[in-house]
Each structure stands twice: as C-alpha cells, then as structure tokens.
Design a protein around this ligand. Structure first.
Ligand code: DAH
Length: 339
C-alpha cells in the first residue's frame, strides 16, 4: 500500500510540475484526491489492514495528501502569477504612440453664408427674427397680397397640410408676423427653411433656405433699398462689385425689382460663371405694397418700407463656386471638409 501511495505521489508531483493551466491542475486534483481519485481508492483498502498497521499507513496517507495539496497550491500560485504577468504585458500602454486624430466637424457652407449675411445686417442695426415653418395660408399668401387664384398657390408648387395650413413657400410670411406685432420702426432679417413641391436637380430642392429682409419707418424710399442692398452686396462679394436693379413683379411689393451683381469672377466681362452675362441675379426686392401694410394694421400714408428675399443656397453656391445644389444636402464629408 505504501509503495502504491509512493508511486502515486511521484507520478502526481511530476504531473503537477508539468501542468500549464488551472484547468489541467484541477483535473489532476480530482483524479488523485477526488471522491473517485487514486488516493481515495487506496484508502478504501485500509479496512483490510491490521490494527497496528492502520495508524502508520493512515499517517503516511495524511502526509502524502498534505504534500500533494502543497504542491497543487504552489503550482496554482505559479500559474496564476504567470497569467497575471502575461495580462499585464499585454495591457502595457505606450505613451509615446501618436494619438488617434479626432475628426472635428466643419461648418456647412449654408451656415457660413448665413453667418456672414447675419453679421452684415446686424452691423447695420437689423434684428434677426423667426417665424413658423408650418404656416397659415393667410400669412404665406393672403396677407402678402397673393390672391386665391394666384398660380403660386397651385398644389404643384405648395405642400398643403389642409385647406388653410401649409408648409411656407417663402420667408415673406415672417414679414406679416413682425408687422402684426405693431412695433414700428422695423429693421429685421428672417432666415429660415422654405418648402416647394420641386423635383431635386442641380438648382432645385423641395426644401431650401431664404433670408427675408424688412425695413419699415417714416420716409423710407427706394434709394434706401438700393443703398442698403448695394452695401450688403459689396460686403458679401467684394468692394468692387456693382449692383443693378431690374424691374420685376412681386404681389407684396410695388414697385418690385430683382437685384443683379456684376460677376465677381470676370468683373462683368462675361464668363462661364455668369453664363456670359456679366451679371448674376441675387435677390428679389421692392417697396412694401400699401395693401400689405393695411392688412397688418400699419397706416401706409404714414409709413413706407422695403423688403427683400435672398436664397441662402444661391449665395452659398455663388460664394464658394459650387455648381450643384445637391452637394449642399448630401453631407459628404469629403465635400464638407473643404470649407
Ligand atoms: N418671397 C420671394 C420669393 O420667394 C422673394 C422676395 C421677393 C421677397 C421680393 C421679398 C421681396 O421680400 O420684396 O421668391
């Protein structure tokens, strides 16, 4: 029995020595000291021993077991230390490595252009106003002197929500809200989204941005309009550019005009950029129609004013020489990161 135990001990110690993982070590423990383990198996033969032999063998068994336990726990500590060292080696941080670059966002060309327009008009004493994108027909059309049968009210151009409510097709609706407020004089710009039932192409989108402008005071004349918008154009596109006002028609202004700026690419000689014209159309404008004043409760005999509407995308495309409006909406980082 002693010899068998001795043999088991030698074999087990070797196995423990050679074990590499905690699992392997545990298997050894179970196979030797477990309920069906080899030492336990040997112990079962104790009952056949004489009463003198039994305590001696018992002592030897205990010693053997203690030895094995000690070897097992020693090896366990070694394996665990090994594992920890490996893990720590893996977790080492090389503080000299270059950091990962954080990709910062870029302002959108629309935002840059809007900031610039706002800066210019705030500098001239204007306030920035806002109005709702979901609007009553009254504010978008009727109060702007656009009658019920006007082609602009056609469902092909306007997104209607119901008979009275629609998505505004122009920021001119904000003029009415501001004038209804009754605080004259007024000097405001109102940037915002507008919606039209247009197909997407290089120059159209069902959703785009306008900046409305409105000035109301006693004694405002067409020359105030021309002076203000020319000052704006020079600040926006360069001191050397010239402006030209062409007669036009808008229902809410009388007289009405469109303003062109001399091409800031060719200086007015005519190039690809201005399509050979030498001039580029920038905005619509005019003197506030007396009827619009009346509907807003302002006396047209006492007050006059001018208004204008600029397409923000148009300004951004021109200023940054972008030839397709769709680029402004696709949010391609390769495009945006150029600004
Ligand atoms: N609302 C016009 C449009 O959408 C632009 C416009 C023209 C606005 C003349 C004005 C203006 O305030 O006076 O085309």
């Amino acid at each position: 029995m002693k010899e068998r135990l001795e043999a088991i001990k030698e074999q087990t110690l070797k196995a423990i020595e050679g074990s590499k993982t905690l699992e392997e070590l545990n298997d050894i423990r179970v196979s030797v000291l477990g309920k069906k383990g080899s030492v336990t198996e040997v112990l079962k033969g104790m009952k056949d021993l004489s009463s003198e032999e039994r305590p001696k063998v018992g002592q030897f068994v205990n010693e053997t077991r203690a030895k094995l336990e000690e070897a097992l726990s020693g090896r366990k500590t070694d394996i665990e230390r090994n594992l920890r060292e490996k893990r720590l080696a893996k977790e080492i941080i090389d503080v000299t490595l270059p950091a990962k670059k954080v990709k910062a966002g870029h302002p959108h060309p629309n935002s840059i252009a809007l900031k610039e327009v706002e800066r210019i008009f705030i500098g001239m004493g204007y306030e920035v106003a806002e109005g709702p994108e979901v609007e009553y027909d009254y504010y978008n059309f009727e109060a702007l002197n656009i009658p019920a049968n006007h082609p602009a009210k056609d469902e092909q151009d306007t997104f209607y929500i119901n008979n009275d409510i629609l998505l505004r097709t122009q920021t001119s609706s904000v003029q009415i809200h501001v004038m209804e407020g009754g605080h004259v004089p007024i000097r405001m710009i109102a940037p915002g989204r507008v919606f039209r039932s247009d197909e997407v192409d290089a120059t159209h989108s069902p959703c785009f941005h306008q900046i409305e402008g409105l000035v109301v005071d006693k004694g405002i004349t067409m020359s105030d309009l021309k002076g203000t918008l020319t000052a704006f154009a020079k600040e926006m596109f360069g001191e050397d550019i010239k402006t030209k006002f062409r007669p036009h028609h808008f229902p809410f202004t009388e007289p009405s005009a469109e303003m062109d700026v001399s091409c800031f690419k060719c200086g007015g000689k005519g190039c690809r950029f201005c399509k050979g014209e030498g001039w580029i159309e920038i905005l619509g404008c005019g003197m506030v129609h007396p009827h619009v004043f009346e509907m807003c409760g302002i006396d047209p005999d006492e007050y006059t004013g001018f208004a204008f509407g600029v397409g923000l995308e148009r300004i951004a495309l021109l200023k940054y020489e972008i030839d397709d409006m769709r680029l402004l909406y696709e949010n391609d980082v390769r495009f945006l990161s150029q600004f």
